[in-house]
Design a binder for this molecule. Structure first.
Ligand code: ZN
Length: 164
């Protein structure tokens, strides 16, 4: 917990959030590299108002994103966090960015939820982003043309990310 607090304080002071993305992640979840990186930068910026800097070095990053293959029968597991820095997306799931489609998950919404945890935010059932089973619903939606408030960020979350 102390380590996590030190990590967050360091993050507040940086100009950019350093992200490492597994080189094969985009093909594993069915996107172009550019589309994936845009979704990541968008999500980081919403929470922190900071730019994303992509790191070549996994150990040097504030956030690491990679894929793993999880059991499809467990609908709760579209992603998995192994620590505060590392997010794993389930390569068995299908994601979308702008166009909701049957059986697909909003990549932006999943990233926002996971980054929320990375930035120290717990589950909150009143929140569109941080409710515990956010990714259990295949038709979940994040409208990138609307404000965080319109997309269901709670005032609690907005206070938290105003720290950055
Ligand atoms: Zn969560």
């Amino acid at each position: 917990m102390i380590q996590f607090a030190i990590y967050l304080v360091a993050l507040f002071q940086q100009d950019a959030v350093k992200v490492w993305v597994s080189p094969s992640l985009h093909t594993e979840i069915g996107f172009t590299r550019e589309a994936l990186l845009n979704a990541i930068s968008f999500s980081v910026k919403l929470w922190t108002s900071k730019e994303t800097e992509y790191s070549e070095f996994r150990n040097d990053a504030d956030i690491r994103i990679e894929s793993a293959s999880f059991d499809l029968n467990d609908q709760r597991v579209a992603f998995y966090r192994i620590d505060s820095k590392t997010v794993r997306l389930n390569s068995n799931f299908h994601f979308y960015i702008n166009r909701p489609a049957k059986g697909k998950f909003s990549l932006i919404l999943v990233l926002l939820h996971e980054f929320g945890h990375s930035f120290g935010i717990d589950h909150d059932e009143r929140s569109a982003i941080m409710k515990s089973r956010i990714i259990a619903y295949p038709f979940n939606h994040w409208d990138i043309n609307k404000t965080p408030q319109e997309n269901g960020f709670t005032s609690y979350e907005l206070r938290l990310f105003s720290r950055f």
